[in-house]
Design a protein around this ligand. Structure first.
Ligand SMILES: [Zn+2]
Length: 157
C-alpha cells in the first residue's frame, strides 16, 4: 500500500501507547498486515523477484517519491488542524509503519544480498491472503477507503 496509508495506520497505533518500542514494532507489524490486503500495487510494479528489473525499480522509486511527498503534506495538514497530537510514540509508530518500504528502497539502491531475501519476503506477503490480486482501479479504491477510514479513526480518537 501507499506510504500515505501506512503512515496513517502508524498514527493510530502511536495514539494507543506511550511505549516507543511497542509503537515502533507494532507499526512494522501493521505494515505487513496492510500489505496482505489486495491493493493493486503489484499490478503497477511487476517484477519477477520483487523489483529486480531496472524499469520497475525506477517506476517504484518515482511512485515512492510522490507518495512520500503526499504523506508529508497530509500528515502536516492533519497535525496543523489538530487531528492528532505529536508524541514520541506517534513518531516511532509512523517510522515503523513506513520502514518496510524504505528497506525495499534501500535494496533497489544497493542490491544488497541480505536485503534481497527481505524484499522477496515483503513481496510474497502481498499474496498471503489471496493469490489473485485486484486491478489497479479496484486497488486504488480499496486504498482510498482505508485512507478515509484511518483519517476518521484519527479524528475521533
Ligand atoms: Zn509494503
Amino acid at each position: 500500500m501507499f506510504l500515505t496509508v501506512h503512515s496513517l495506520g502508524g498514527i493510530i497505533i502511536g495514539q494507543q501507547t506511550e511505549n516507543i518500542w511497542l509503537a515502533f514494532l507494532t507499526g512494522i507489524f501493521f505494515h505487513f498486515f496492510l500489505d496482505m490486503i489486495p491493493h493493486g500495487d503489484d499490478k503497477i510494479i511487476v517484477g519477477k523477484d520483487g523489483m529486480d528489473e531496472k524499469k520497475n525499480a525506477i517506476l517504484a522509486f518515482k511512485m515512492g517519491a510522490v507518495d512520500g511527498l503526499i504523506m508529508i503534506g497530509l500528515l502536516s495538514g492533519l497535525y496543523f488542524f489538530n487531528l492528532f497530537s505529536l508524541s514520541l510514540a506517534v513518531i516511532a509508530a509512523v517510522i515503523g509503519s513506513v520502514l518496510p518500504d524504505f528497506i525495499t528502497t534501500l535494496y533497489i539502491l544497493t542490491k544488497n544480498k541480505i536485503l534481497k531475501e527481505y524484499v522477496s519476503f515483503h513481496w510474497k506477503i502481498h499474496f498471503a491472503f489471496s493469490k489473485s490480486t485486484v486491478s489497479i482501479k479496484t486497488g486504488m479504491l480499496i486504498q482510498v477507503v482505508f485512507l478515509f477510514t484511518f483519517i476518521s479513526i484519527i479524528k475521533f480518537l
